[in-house]
Design a binder for this molecule. Structure first.
Ligand SMILES: [Zn+2]
Length: 271
């Protein structure tokens, strides 16, 4: 190790790390925000990566709904904005009760959400992911679901479709495995500006995907035609407006997007 490397290492150990710890502790003294899930208060949520400052000008102009990059993570329980928002919707709409004795398929299950669902004692609770992170999670491709037709009362697919190459097929698959009275929750970020979904095969590098889609693993930016796409897959839309449930101040306090509605769909339209 040369002199510069030694100085850099000492800088990290003696200054940067203690400052990071201090900043985190000071943040926890604040009361500006509260995590809806763990109930802790603090000054600021931590951002996704470096927050909106680093977003491309292209993305900034798209008014992305459902993609909270500034008020992202809870410094206590690490919940993301999309998890917190589902908790808030489930509470307000009494959806939790509908999970009791239900058959539920949950894609890319969120760490804080799954225990809440399990507490409601569903008859069947299948957690699936294309890349399972634990033994509890089955390998399931949302575009090729290995369950028979009419298997589930609920499918929860929160921020998944924007990663799926053939998303129309995924929508049809979710529709297929839902029971006649079944419902699905299909949150996905979309642009409030674009009428049509934007995707292009020439956007094929990590750098380009971050610039145009905001993530290396995103394949498109949905436009408002997302909802037509869902209807063409057979679903009835039962979208629940967030603004009728939570005020702008409440959304800011809990770190969720005031413009993001619950994309609730059903198979029969009775849901
Ligand atoms: Zn929390």
């Amino acid at each position: 190790m040369n002199v510069e490397q030694t100085i850099e290492k000492l800088y990290v150990i003696l200054i940067r790390r203690p400052l990071t710890v201090l900043r985190k502790e000071v943040n926890k003294l604040g009361k500006k925000h509260k995590c809806y899930i763990c109930g802790q208060t603090f000054h600021a949520f931590y951002p996704y990566r470096t927050g909106s400052n680093s977003a491309s000008s292209f993305l900034k102009e798209l008014n992305m709904i459902g993609r909270g990059v500034d008020d992202f993570g809870c410094p206590y329980c690490n919940s993301s904005d999309r998890e917190r928002h589902l908790f808030m919707f489930f509470d307000k709409l009494n959806l939790w009760q509908e999970f009791t004795q239900a058959h539920i398929l949950h894609f890319a299950p969120e760490r804080n959400l799954s225990p809440g669902i399990r507490r409601m004692k569903p008859t069947q609770y299948v957690m699936g992911d294309l890349y399972p992170s634990s033994d509890e999670i089955s390998r399931i491709d949302v575009a090729d679901i290995q369950f028979p037709d009419d298997s589930f009362d609920f499918v929860i697919c929160n921020h998944v479709l924007e990663h799926v190459p053939d998303d129309r097929r995924a929508m049809r698959e979710i529709f297929r495995v839902l029971r006649e009275s079944g419902k699905a929750i299909l949150q996905t970020p979309y642009s409030g500006i674009l009428g049509k979904t934007f995707e292009d095969a020439n956007i094929n590098s990590d750098e380009m995907r971050i610039r145009f889609y905001g993530e290396t693993t995103h394949i498109r930016v949905y436009g408002r035609d997302l909802f037509e796409r869902l209807e063409k897959s057979g679903f009835r839309l039962n979208v629940v407006k967030n603004e009728g449930l939570y005020s702008r101040n409440e959304c800011s306090y809990y770190g969720v997007n005031h413009e993001e509605d619950l994309i609730l769909v059903s198979k029969s339209g009775d849901g």
